[in-house]
Design a protein around this ligand. Structure first.
Ligand SMILES: Cc1ncc(COP(=O)(O)O)c(C=O)c1O
Length: 390
């Protein structure tokens, strides 16, 4: 039996991930603007829309011109379909236990399914027979990721098996690039060459392949030659391009909290576990009730600023000492007018705030913690209330 965790009443929780769907819509619009007319855009909304809320992200991306949605888990695909989002949906990650329970409904709902091994083909074919409906299959090719995907030398055998099964319709061949975020890395061209020859071999077995797709955000932004029939951006939709770009992508999540306490301390006062920081002067410290259990990586301790909105305006304040499970400390300076209850922008876009000082981004937190904004965004935990900006 699974027991749901009781949700905390949002009115009693100071921490909010404020989602701006118009940023996702505009980002999608800007990205579709880079595509030839025949290329469609699949909005990748897995992992609860990279932490932004899957349905919120999906609806916003569709408004911006996406015509496909992509999710890892079949259960997420079903949730999109049940929400009435009448678009192409692709799901690609399942194991036998989940497949037996969920794939028949996935297939009867008209959701496309990825096959990345002979065993997965068997699971999909069995589910399609149970659903009494042909499965629309995207064959995933492992061109170097070493995860899910058939090896190029398996293509002919699996192609023949798909051709001979009336319950399988091959609608696409696809792969996922390992290194597109480094445009100088030669691996991308090597992977594309493998993909192209695998597609040729597959076409020999099953006939023309309607769709090919391989471009994530990085390849979408840097390699127009890889757009093919469909591109699959994730992180760029949420405002964090993984490569340098002129496209004015805007972060869609702002993480906010409120000061719980402001107190004056003398010079030399230590802060937090391990005393990695002490005050260099008499100052006022602010306690913010947000910590690593809310998604702030402890490895990023003592490196990023937050923005505090006080009666006199917006002020940057450094986060000092180790990040704790439920709280961080910020140095407000000796002359601050901040007081308990004032809003704190941990990262994102402070909305109506003046652009100076600017808020910290999820990229800043990622760099501080030695990780990537993908992980920062998807780490914002379930106890942080999601609030969708109107
Ligand atoms: C199969 C697949 N396609 C596309 C994406 C989107 O990648 P990105 O967020 O880098 O655009 C992902 C995300 O990791 C993925 O797993």
């Amino acid at each position: 039996m699974t027991i749901p965790i009781p949700a905390e009443d949002p009115r009693h929780v100071p921490n909010r991930a404020v989602i701006d769907p118009s940023a996702i819509t505009q980002n999608t619009r800007d990205l579709t603007g880079l595509l030839e007319e025949h290329t469609a855009l699949m909005a990748v909304v897995k992992a609860d829309g990279y932490g932004h809320g899957m349905l919120t992200a999906a609806r916003a991306a569709l408004e911006g011109g996406a015509t496909w949605l992509g999710v890892a888990h079949p259960a997420s695909a079903l949730a999109l379909s049940r929400a009435g989002l009448d678009v192409h949906i692709l799901t690609w990650l399942y194991e036998p236990h989940t497949a037996a329970i969920v794939l028949p409904e996935v297939i009867s709902s008209g959701i496309d399914v990825s096959v990345g091994s002979p065993e997965m083909l068997t699971l999909v074919a069995d589910a399609a027979r149970q659903a009494d409906r042909r499965a629309r299959v995207h064959l995933k090719i492992d061109t170097g990721m070493g995860r899910n995907g058939v090896l190029p030398e398996q293509i002919r055998q699996i192609g023949a098996a798909m051709r001979e099964d009336d319950f399988i319709e091959v609608v696409a061949a696809w792969t996922h690039l390992t290194s597109a975020d480094d445009p100088t890395d030669p691996s991308t061209d090597q992977e594309v060459a493998l993909f192209d020859s695998a597609c040729d071999a597959l076409a020999d077995e099953v006939g023309p392949i309607p769709l090919q797709h391989l471009a994530n955000s990085a390849a979408l932004l840097t390699r127009p030659d890889l757009h093919r029939d469909l591109v699959r951006p994730g992180i760029a939709l949420y405002g964090y391009p993984p490569v340098a770009t002129d496209v004015p992508l805007r972060p869609a999540m702002t993480l906010t909290s409120r000061l719980a306490l402001v107190k004056e301390v003398p010079e030399g006062h230590s802060i937090g576990y391990g005393r990695i920081r002490s005050t260099s002067r008499r100052t006022r410290l602010g306690l913010v009730p947000i910590g690593y259990a809310d998604g702030l990586h402890r490895a990023g301790s003592d490196q990023c600023d937050v923005l505090v909105r006080t009666a006199s305006g917006d002020h940057r304040a450094p986060q000092v000492g180790r990040i704790s499970m439920d709280q961080i400390v910020i140095d407000l300076g000796p002359d601050t007018d901040a007081s308990a209850g004032d809003e704190v922008f941990v990262f994102g876009d402070a909305g109506e705030a003046p652009t100076e000082p600017s808020a910290t981004t999820a990229d800043d937190w990622a760099r501080a913690a030695g990780t990537i904004p993908y992980e920062v965004l998807t780490s914002v935990s379930g106890r942080v209330t999601r609030e969708v900006r109107a």
